[in-house]
Design a protein around this ligand. Structure first.
Ligand code: OGA
Ligand code: MN
Length: 270
């Protein structure tokens, strides 16, 4: 297995054969690398669904989707995924699973079909973004809590929902989380993204400046990697130390990603 850093603060290319990866022999090393680098890219691996599932299981516990699916189709095409509409929320920076106490550890995305236009995936390292703040700024953020809601993330792509639609989104949860996640490892990361609605106890204007300002910082060039997909690429991101988003693509673009997820191992903690 050969590994090469993409940028100083995010991303690593991993070159290895399917057989080597499926053997599980590098699983411990890959898990460590994922935590350190945020995103691992395995170019043109062309895993089948079965291989993707088997590889996922070498890295941890596979997390099924809400309706029990083991693999999941990420597409805007409603004929392929009835919940495609919600996936438009993925066009904005987010962390997966902020509605739960224990977010998923990681997601694996395998490129089955590409879009001619759009459909890149951006990632940013929320550990590095925190680490590079000034000590003064870190002290200001310490102890702050943020209200997250699913409906907030949906307003980004559909700002004028019907009341019925808003209530449907509202039924999908909300959560109060620390702004700075103190991990069991001792490292700290920022918890932000499109579900982050307001800083608890703060004036709306100050809260918006803080959340948008930090997102702007965290997604800035030093912490950011934009993946331009080739067919068969596999990308894994550490969902506990990154945010991600897709650049917009249309329902008829043909873009189809197959996703598996790893069960969370650490709750959000302050
Ligand atoms: C996801 C996601 C982004 C993409 O699968 O959780 O946000 O580029 N995907 O498809
Ligand atoms: Mn996502």
């Amino acid at each position: 297995m050969q590994v090469t850093d993409i940028k100083p603060d995010i991303g690593t290319w991993v070159e290895a054969s399917k057989e080597v990866l499926l053997s599980g022999g590098h699983a411990t090393e890959l898990r460590a690398l994922l935590e350190q680098r945020g995103v691992l890219v395995f170019p043109e691996l062309h895993f089948t669904n079965e291989e993707l599932v088997a590889f996922t299981q070498t890295l941890g516990t596979l997390a099924p989707e809400i309706r029990g699916e083991i693999t999941y189709k990420i597409t805007m095409d409603e004929k392929e995924n009835a919940r495609a509409d919600y996936l438009k929320g993925a066009f904005y920076w987010h962390i997966d699973g902020t509605m739960s106490k224990m977010p998923i550890l990681a997601s694996l995305l395998s490129a089955e079909a590409l879009s001619k236009e759009g459909g890149d995936t951006g990632f940013c390292n929320t550990y590095a973004a925190y680490d590079h703040l000034s000590e003064e700024r870190k002290a200001e953020l310490d102890g702050l809590r943020v209200h997250h809601s699913f409906w907030n993330s949906q307003l980004y792509h559909q700002p004028e929902p019907t009341l019925a639609k808003l209530e449907e989104w509202m039924s999908l949860g909300s959560n109060e989380l620390p702004l700075v996640w103190k991990h069991a490892s001792g490292r700290k990361s920022l918890v932000l993204g499109s579900t982050a609605q307001y800083v608890v106890g703060m004036e709306p204007q100050d809260s918006a400046k803080l959340l948008h300002g930090l997102r702007d910082w965290a997604t800035g060039e030093p912490f950011h990697y934009r993946h331009k997909w080739s067919l068969g690429d596999l990308v894994i991101w550490d969902n506990t130390g990154t945010m991600h988003r897709a650049t917009p693509y249309t329902a008829d673009s043909g873009r189809m990603m197959i996703r598996t997820k790893l069960e969370g191992e650490e709750p959000f903690a302050a």
